[in-house]
Design a protein around this ligand. Structure first.
Ligand code: SF4
Length: 409
């Protein structure tokens, strides 16, 4: 029997709850099917990071979730993903094992979910599976399992020991850097599994030292994440003065170290550069590409991106559960549609902004303000504008210099 924990608190009547999806459909718009499935195989964590959006922010729905996903729900997840991929003729989907801390779910549940999702998808659909872990439990035996199952591994680490242990600690207060760096050394024996590092920025950490410490682990890519915040609860150091750009200043220092001779990829910079050249981004941090990601909670509830947990209690909820709803039902919800309609999903201020096609209003969750909902610029607006401007000017100067050298020959 499935217990539906998905209903949660009453939805708020703020944008985009009044978005008329029927009118959008009648105008010829059609939703983009999900391609990325974030599955919360375990709802608890073996760390107590003080900035965690799962446990430390407005939404507290983790408290009513079972600790681990059951085998029954894992099979249902696999069936619904397979059904969605086949219905929309997708050739490739991403299965991301997430938590809490996903490794706490255990080898059997993880192996079962990965194998049965691939079986349900069938031979014509590639399932790229990966796990996003804090690294603490990333044992050699887990790495051997991931090697066997072809599951990629992403690890969260914030820089050197001081930077990392500022926030990423055990409940006892002890830092986790020693455990995580040991796991990253084990991962060196499986370089083909290494997907990259996630690092949350703290302005107190030296930007260049942070970049170098992360690059020393030889990741194929680094994701530098802005700490979560909204207009109601701004991120640390993001003062109301629009002339202050502390996060752009920090990121610009990293960019200037990285750009002339990159040691590895940095997703935010690469995506901004790609967007400046007229391409598209794939992350939810910048750009206007439709969001094609859905979250499956530990109990089988269907949710929107989990970063919405920073906005208000119940913000990610859809009220849908896999036992009674195919994933297509979520595509018709205003909250999901709002993230698939490009410029139409931006606030009036963003639509009038000269960099809106690159910025895309920033990460959706960072736009929240009580009353106007998500119809606002990002709380990081000044930083995004300054960073994009810096990268654009740097690329332009570089291209101009190269073109004039070519003309001289
Ligand atoms: S820079 Fe600010 S106003 Fe411009 S698109 Fe981004 S968030 Fe909106």
């Amino acid at each position: 029997m499935f217990i539906n924990h998905a209903m949660g608190p009453e939805p708020r009547h703020e944008w985009p709850t009044d978005l008329d999806v029927q009118a959008l459909l009648s105008s010829g718009w059609s939703p983009s099917p999900f391609r990325e499935f974030i599955v919360k195989v375990h709802s608890r964590c073996d760390l107590s990071c003080d900035y965690c959006y799962m446990y430390e922010m407005a939404d507290q729905s983790w408290r009513s979730q079972p600790r681990a996903m059951s085998a029954e729900i894992a099979d249902l997840v696999a069936r619904r993903i397979g059904e969605h991929a086949r219905k929309h003729c997708l050739d490739r989907v991403r299965l991301i094992l997430h938590g809490g801390e996903p490794l706490l779910a255990g080898r059997d549940l993880i192996a079962r979910l990965v194998a049965s999702t691939r079986a349900q998808a069938g031979p014509g659909i590639r399932v790229d599976a990966s796990v996003q872990t804090n690294g603490v439990g990333l044992s050699y035996s887990y790495l051997e399992l991931f090697d066997e199952l072809a599951v990629g591994v992403g690890v969260s680490v914030d820089g050197d020991a001081t930077a990392h242990d500022r926030h990423r600690r055990f409940a006892s207060g002890r830092g986790s850097y020693a455990a995580v760096s040991a796991a990253l050394r084990r991962l060196r024996d499986f370089p083909h599994l290494f997907n990259g590092l996630l690092a949350t920025i703290d302005l107190r950490n030296d930007p260049v030292a942070t970049y170098e410490a992360l690059a020393d682990f030889d990741p194929p890519r680094i994701d530098l994440l802005l700490p979560h915040g909204t207009w109601a609860s701004p991120p640390p150091g993001r003062v109301p003065d629009p002339g202050a750009t502390p996060y752009a200043d920090w990121l610009t220092s990293v960019f200037e170290q990285w750009y002339p001779k990159p040691r590895t990829g940095i997703r935010l910079f690469e995506e901004i550069m790609q967007l400046l050249l007229g391409g598209a981004a794939t992350s939810e941090s910048v750009g206007l590409s439709p969001a094609r990601m859905v979250v499956i909670e530990t109990d089988g509830s269907i949710e929107q991106t989990d970063t919405l947990k920073i906005a208000f209690d119940g913000a990610p909820a859809t009220g849908l559960h896999l036992a009674t709803s195919p994933l297509d039902d979520a595509l018709r919800q205003p909250q999901v549609a709002a993230r698939q309609i490009g410029v139409q999903g931006l606030s009036a201020d963003c639509r009038a902004c000269p960099v809106h096609r690159v910025c895309g209003g920033g990460m959706y969750a960072h736009r929240y303000r009580p009353g106007t909902g998500f119809a606002n610029p990002s709380v990081y607006c000044p930083d995004l504008m300054a960073l994009i401007g810096h990268i654009r000017d740097r690329m332009k100067a570089d291209l101009d210099a190269r073109l004039s050298r070519k003309a001289d020959h």
